[in-house]
Design a protein around this ligand. Structure first.
Ligand code: BGC
Length: 264
């Protein structure tokens, strides 16, 4: 999957109603959904959140996604769904932090059957990264942008001149002999009760490695902890500009809705 910036369907005088989409974010603890104004890149109504059922298998999650989507009965169009794993042409391929039964599952088939309509399933960080590139911290940035999400794992999105290169999985780079996310994700900070300075040292190792491999024009840092960016971003010493995400936890839903609307 690759995508470029679409043109608006509004007419030249600026009239026409805003284009609508709907996104669902499947996370470890919650399944969230909201209709999206695709022109503004924002929620068109308050989101709903339902706890993620356990075990978080496809059979348990599909009806919850259906309930979340059906809480917006006025919207009947395609649905974009984020998932925290590699998603290749609708098939979930990995399961670093999710139920292992997802490996090799036709996730698009499961959700389109449950919802009775067209869906697009996309990696969570890819969806968030695309939204940041279109509407957020990387808007109008040319060249190579890397968006990382610091949460349970580390998600990544690579966007080159507005086009997403999917499934980069840079959270699993090996740094100092370790899977990077095991040491530098926000969950590692919480689990090991690291101070901001201790965590920033790990982030420094991680982002240095990343920038030496990719030479990005901009690095964007998302995930819930990015709202506390002033505690750790100033401690990093990198050649690339590094900025907090703007859309934060809304980014996945917005990006997924946008991608689903453009799917052919
Ligand atoms: C997964 C990625 C995901 C990231 C953030 C990683 O463990 O491998 O696919 O984007 O976590 O959820």
């Amino acid at each position: 999957m690759a995508t470029t910036t679409p043109s608006s369907t509004s007419d030249a005088t600026g009239g026409g109603s805003p284009r609508r989409g709907l996104g669902v974010d499947i996370g470890g603890s919650g399944i969230k959904a909201a209709p999206v104004d695709l022109d503004a890149g924002s929620f068109a109504a308050d989101r709903v959140r339902i706890p993620t059922p356990q075990p978080a298998t496809a059979a348990n999650i599909a009806p919850v996604v259906s309930t979340a989507v059906n809480s917006f009965p006025d919207y009947r169009g395609p649905v974009g769904i984020t998932f925290p794993a590699v998603v290749q042409h609708g098939i979930t391929r990995t399961a670093a932090n999710v139920d292992k039964s997802w490996i090799g599952t036709d996730a698009e088939g499961v959700f389109s059957d449950a919802l009775g309509r067209r869906v697009l399933v996309v990696n969570d960080a890819d969806a968030a990264g695309l939204a940041e590139a279109r509407f957020g911290a990387a808007r109008d940035v040319k060249g190579v942008v890397v968006v990382t999400t610091l949460g349970t794992g580390i998600g990544s999105a690579l966007i080159v001149d507005g086009t997403l290169v999917p499934n980069t999985e840079f959270g699993h780079l090996e740094v100092d002999g370790h899977d990077a996310e095991k040491r530098a994700a926000d969950s590692a900070r919480e689990r090991q009760d690291l101070s901001w300075e201790q965590w920033a040292k790990r982030l420094q190792r991680y982002y240095k490695h990343l920038e030496d491999l990719l030479w990005p024009d901009l690095i964007v840092v998302g995930g819930g902890v990015s709202k506390k960016h002033e505690k750790f971003l100033p401690l990093l010493d990198l050649r690339s500009p590094i900025v907090p995400a703007k859309l934060r936890n809304d980014a996945g839903i917005i990006g997924a809705a946008a991608l689903a609307a453009e799917q052919r």
